[in-house]
Design a protein around this ligand. Structure first.
Ligand code: T3D
Length: 277
């Protein structure tokens, strides 16, 4: 099945949304969510949260999807929460509502999605925008992109999983320094510190992103999903428990069609034709 859903996509399921703040396409196993409020550097509004959540539901229920790409339109990736939706004159907002019902579910869904999630950071990422990138499995960034730890400037903590992913990626000393000073990191430093997989020259960015998602969309999806699960689990596991998990996941991988295809292709000295099953 190959769907091509563009801006203002009108759902075929009753009660669903027309998308106005994201672009969503699905083609040849690649689902692509493009945050699309470029005039606000793709900051998250309630509507964007709802549309991303709806797109995630489509991805989760479509067995033909083999990789998810998240990116932004215009010069930014995502500036985190749209602060124009926060009326500080109207009293004290309960920010546990947005973190608990919008950001947290999204981060949980990205981490649990049994597919590789690639984040293409096409420009500045700030606040929760950084942390949504960190919740992805592979982060590529334009060399001109930057990561802005915007929370401390407005008296907040890094949410959307930031306090979990950041110290694990770059270590506690750097995570604290970056966070408490409200620092800005360029893409080259983010790569050097292990915050992201790779910084790419701007001119080569789209080509490299496309090549990566194409490669992942032709890979043994269930094996990749199992590897993702195991590596993500390691952060909260003991060696003993992790060895048991590896054993159990390897059993499941060994029962996939793609494992058989991979071994057969190796023996027959040909390129494997993985189906994601
Ligand atoms: O509230 C909750 O639900 C709790 C959860 C919070 C999660 C969070 O993400 S909190 C952090 C929120 N984000 C920020 O504080 C970032 C604010 N933005 C910036 O610091 C800067 O805009 C950037 C460093 C991201 C980029 O700077 P620069 O100089 O490249 O661009 P700019 O000129 O500041 O921004 C361009 C436009 O986008 C500008 O609008 P204008 O003047 O052209 O009409 C700016 O106001 C707008 N914009 C940027 N970020 C946001 C935003 N508008 C609303 N909300 C934003 N977050």
């Amino acid at each position: 099945m190959s769907l091509c859903l563009q801006r203002n996509f009108q759902s075929d399921r009753s009660g669903d949304l027309s998308y106005e703040t994201i672009l969503f396409t699905h083609d040849q196993g690649v689902a692509r969510i493009t945050l699309n409020r470029p005039e606000r550097l793709n900051a998250f509004t309630n509507q964007m949260h709802a549309e991303v959540a709806d797109a995630m539901t489509r991805i989760e229920s479509d067995s033909t999807t083999r990789v998810l790409l998240i990116t932004g339109s215009g010069r930014g990736f995502c500036a985190g929460q749209d602060l124009s939706e926060r009326d500080t004159r109207a009293g004290r907002p309960d920010l546990s509502v947005s973190t608990g019902t919008q950001y947290n579910p999204l981060v949980r869904r990205l981490a649990a999605l049994p597919l590789p999630v690639v984040c293409a950071v096409n420009g500045v990422a700030a606040g929760a925008g950084v942390n949504i990138a960190l919740a992805s499995d592979i982060v590529l960034a334009k060399r001109s992109a930057r990561f802005v730890q915007a929370f401390s400037a407005i008296g907040l903590i890094p949410d959307a999983g930031g306090t979990w992913h950041l110290p694990r990626a770059i270590g506690q000393a750097r995570a604290l320094g970056f966070t408490l000073t409200g620092g800005t990191m360029d893409a080259a430093q983010a790569e050097e510190w292990g915050l992201i997989w790779k910084a790419i020259e701007d001119g080569a960015f789209d080509i490299e992103v496309d090549a990566l998602v194409k490669r992942l969309s032709a890979a043994p999806t269930r094996g990749l999903a199992a590897a993702k699960r195991a590596i993500r689990n390691a952060a909260v596991s003991t060696l003993d428990a992790q060895l048991d998990l590896e054993r159990d996941l390897q059993r499941e991988c060994g029962w996939t069609d793609d494992y058989r295809e991979g071994v057969n292709a190796f023996k027959e000295r040909r390129v494997p034709d993985f189906k994601g099953k």
